[in-house]
Ligand binder design. Structure first.
Ligand code: HEC
Length: 134
């Protein structure tokens, strides 16, 4: 392969270059396909995951605990009571634009709610749901 094509391929496949919510969702789906070939993200599954009461975490039992029942609403941290900006990109343009930020908070919040990291499938479904809320 020509070096130039290799560079384009790297740009296209590297999640750190994503910058729109759709691109971030696409790269999460790609990650999920590496563990489950043919995977497609489901907003319905993501919504279930968002609302479900989980066990294993110390901080909270659901994503909705801090992000509220509606990802378009401003949330509140259940411990610190600090405001949490709405999660849905339809009302908050900052959301799902920085892959490192997204990864960092998935890691942290999944640990707090599930006591483990989220699977790539869970992250893709969750993101598909939050992006679908218009
Ligand atoms: C204990 C409170 C709390 C809970 C519970 C919680 N979050 Fe969060 N979440 C936050 C805070 C605080 C931020 C980051 C601060 C900010 O950007 O407003 C955040 C940000 C995020 C972001 C970053 C989005 C972006 O692009 O800015 C993602 C993704 C996320 N949370 C996913 C989840 C998931 C998935 C769950 C459930 C497994 C969850 N959160 C549960 C408090 C919480």
């Amino acid at each position: 392969m020509k070096p130039r094509n290799l560079l384009l391929l790297m740009l296209a496949s590297s999640p750190t270059w994503a910058n729109s919510p759709q691109q971030i969702l696409d790269s999460l789906v790609q990650e999920a396909r590496q563990v489950q070939p043919g995977f497609t993200a489901s907003a319905a599954r993501g919504e279930q995951f968002y609302r479900a009461k989980h066990t294993g975490g110390k901080e909270a039992d659901s994503c909705a605990s801090c992000h509220t029942d509606n990802p378009k609403d401003e949330g509140k941290h259940i411990k610190t009571h600090k405001a949490v900006e709405p999660l849905a990109p339809s009302v908050n343009k900052q959301r799902f634009t920085d892959p490192a930020h997204v990864e960092k908070w998935f890691r942290r919040n999944c640990r707090e709610v599930l006591g483990r990291v989220c699977t790539p499938q869970e992250k893709a479904d969750f993101t598909a749901y939050v992006l679908s809320v218009k």
